[in-house]
Design a binder for this molecule. Structure first.
Ligand SMILES: [Zn+2]
Length: 141
């Protein structure tokens, strides 16, 4: 069965982020309706959430890169409109828009991957994690 990422929306920034839980829709239904705390990626606060506030998303249609996430949300909106469309020209239009947003999301995802790798390459290492430098030893006489 397809696994889905459990997302919640940050009340301060309005952005979706992963709770770190991956589940199938059936398992999700069986989760007890508890309030759970989760550390927010965007504002740094802890938010508590329940099943009712959560959104399930396929992992390939969700990203913590804001631009990519935005495109996925637009694609989702268009998919919903396509499903609700009465005329088939309308449905075709929304399906085309959905594919356009998904394509854009891929583009952004690629760019952010490149940027991330580049950042790793040029960012100086944290002194705490840097391997100790070999000490200079006076030559023995
Ligand atoms: Zn937050």
């Amino acid at each position: 069965m397809a696994m889905l990422v459990v997302l919640i929306r940050c009340p301060h920034t309005g952005r979706f982020f992963s709770t770190g839980i991956e589940t199938s829709p059936d398992e999700f239904e069986k989760l007890p309706a508890l309030r759970r705390p989760v550390q927010c990626l965007f504002c740094g606060n802890e938010h508590s959430w329940t099943k009712r506030e959560a959104t399930l998303a396929p992992p390939e249609r969700w990203s913590d890169v804001p631009e990519v996430e935005e495109c996925f949300l637009k694609a989702m909106e268009n998919a919903e409109q396509a499903a609700a469309a009465k005329k088939h020209e309308q449905r075709d239009f929304y399906h085309r828009m959905e594919r356009k947003w998904l394509g854009l999301a891929e583009g952004y995802r690629f760019l952010s991957e490149v940027a991330r790798r580049h950042e790793h390459a040029i960012r100086p290492q944290d002194p705490a994690t840097r391997p100790p430098r070999p000490r200079w030893q006076p030559p023995r006489t």
